[in-house]
Each structure stands twice: as C-alpha cells, then as structure tokens.
Design a protein around this ligand. Sequence first.
Ligand SMILES: Cc1ncc(COP(=O)(O)O)c(C=O)c1O
Length: 382
Amino acid sequence: MKVPFHNVHFGATEVQAVMNALETNWLSPRGPAVAKMGMEWAEKIGMKYGLACSSGTGAIHLALTVAGVGRGDKVAVPTYTCSPTVFPVSYLGGVPVFVDCEFETYGMDPDALRQVLAGHDIKAAVSVHLYGAACQDQIVDICREAGVPLIEDACESDGALYRDLNGIVGSRGDFGTFSFRGDKVLTALGTGGVVTTNDEAAFELLQYYCDLGLHNTSAMGRYRDLPVVGYNYEISNAAAAFGRAQIERLPEIIELRRANADKWRACLDGGDAVQPMPDYPGHVYYQFPLMFDTGSDYRVLDRLGERLMERGVPFIPPFWPMHWQPPYESAESCVKTACPKAEAAGQSVLLFPCYPGLAGEQIEYMAQVCLEEAPTAAGTPA
Ligand SMILES: Cc1ncc(COP(=O)(O)O)c(C=O)c1O
C-alpha cells in the first residue's frame, strides 16, 4: 500500500471564494478579503485584531519586530521546533536563548523557561504549540510574571485549545501567530499566515511593517514620511478568500483529524515500543507523532525510516534541535542551555499523517508497519 503524506481538505466553497475574488480583478495590493481574513481569525480565537499576511514565518517576524526586538536582544525560544520559530529572531539581530522541551507536548519545558528568564535579561519569548497540541499552559503565566512579552507560535496548531480547554491557542500571549501553509490544519491557497493582538497600537504598527510602511497613508502622501522600515509580507486577495472559507471549515477539519487520531490509537493499542503523544480534547492533530525506543540514537531512527520508506509508509523526521544547527555554531549567535529532552526527541520521534481524507485501512497499515518495524531495547527487527 502507498499512502500520500498529505492531502488538502477543501471543496466547492473555497473554489467559489477564489473565483469570486478573481472576478473582482483585485488580486493585490490590499484586497478586501485580506483585512476580512485577519479580523475573522482574530474573532474566532477571541482576540481583538488580526492581520493576514503571506506566511507564519512573516507573522512571527512581524510580531517580534513590533515587540521591539532588535540587535543584541535576547529572546527565549524553544530549541525543539521548526526553524521559523527561531530564525526571525536572528533576522532582527537578536540572540536566541534556547530552552529545552518536555515530552507531553514537545513544547517548552516550564522549569527550563523559568531558569532562562531568571538567568538572562530576556526581551521577549516565543513559545511553540507543536503537532496540533497546546504547549503547557503555565508558559503564558511564567512570561507574564516575568514581564516578558510572549509571542505564541501556533503555526502547527490552528484552532487547538489550551490544555485547560479554555480558549484557542495563540490568544493568551501578546501576539498569536498562525500558518495557513498548504500542509497545515488550515490553508490559504498554499501559503499564508495571521498575526493577532489585543493592542490597538501594536496592530497599527503590524500593518505598517507588513506593507512596506505604507499603511494609512493618504492618496498623495503615499510615499512621504514612511514611519518604519517595512517588509512586504502581503497575502493576495485570492489566497485570503480561500483562507476565509477554510476558517469556516475548521470544526469539520478538526472533527475529521480527531477521528483519525482515535483510529491511530486503536490500531496501536498494546504496542509498547511506540509511544503516541498523550491525547487531550483540544488536540487538532496536525500530525500524529510517535516516539520510538531508539536509545536516542539517530542512526537507529534513520534505519527505521528507511524500512518505513521501503514499505510505503510516509512520515517526516523530528526537529533536529536548533542549537545543533550550523547558523547557531558561534558563541555570539545564540545562548545554549542544557537541552537533553530536545536532543532525545530529535532522535526518536517520527511524524505520521493524520489529515482528513486518510482511509481507515491506510491508518491500519501505517500503524501495523510501525509496530512491526519499531526498534526495541532488545534490538532493531531484522
Ligand atoms: C512550528 C512552526 N512555526 C512556524 C512555521 C512557519 O509557517 P509558514 O510555513 O507559514 O511560514 C511552521 C511551518 O512551516 C512551523 O511548523
């Protein structure tokens, strides 16, 4: 059996929304669907303001900029994450201070974050909600108590609930950042993002930075007195129209993903050599992570990966910790702390598909192969 790694879930509503946008002949700049998409997402998650932009990476870069991060500023970041959680700190000349993860959520470990905030002069923090789940809820309180602005990277967890089930992730920090890339829980015709805030002045600045400093200029004053060195993170009107239709579809998408996760769990029941991520009702299952007993040795994980590929089981590898990445080799580029859990996760987790449209037999097959090929303390299957 061959199982595709991804399949975008959309239908006639999204197609019609794009057609309508095309018929207006207004693709950019500043098409009407763009402002609507941002504000509709903000409303959905219970925040006051949302700005749609071209990617989740752009959303994080914009949020860090408006949070005032500049050259030499230290920013607490997870090391176990996708590069866009961290790279925008470096775009700004900031210094990432790496924080270890924990294994329940794969997000930042609250104790490790506390230590970093106590030991360094931290300008801002970026937390990450991975794989469709919320990180530990205390992360928000820890940052608030320390007076450190928090940017929540919810790019992998559009629509997930906090662990106390009280609200959607991205709505408790100073900024929420979301991805609408083609492989995410929601998409905006292949790429897109949203950054949210409750602060009106910050929202105003986000708009200037997103649009080359041009926001709110009068017709004739367009290129006079640009207030900031802005970027171009604009999303097209057609993409935003698609994104708005996806926002409407979120409950259906979550239901289908959660049903697939239930199926995965039922198929894995009783297999000790694979550990699924602990479930909770707010998980939206962007992916289905499994931790394997590799002895934290990436070569064992690589051999497993080869076997899975041979048998047509799609997966993606775990995050190689950011503090091990070449751009962070030099002492000036970052601050490293002990991150043993991130290093272990980076050598023992694989991510499997959980998208709407996966057939029950496909999940059964993937689970069966994972159980058969899983390395154990006694050794890798021959
Ligand atoms: C954890 C995380 N943060 C940020 C991003 C960036 O989102 P985008 O691809 O829309 O730039 C991604 C996805 O690529 C991600 O997985």
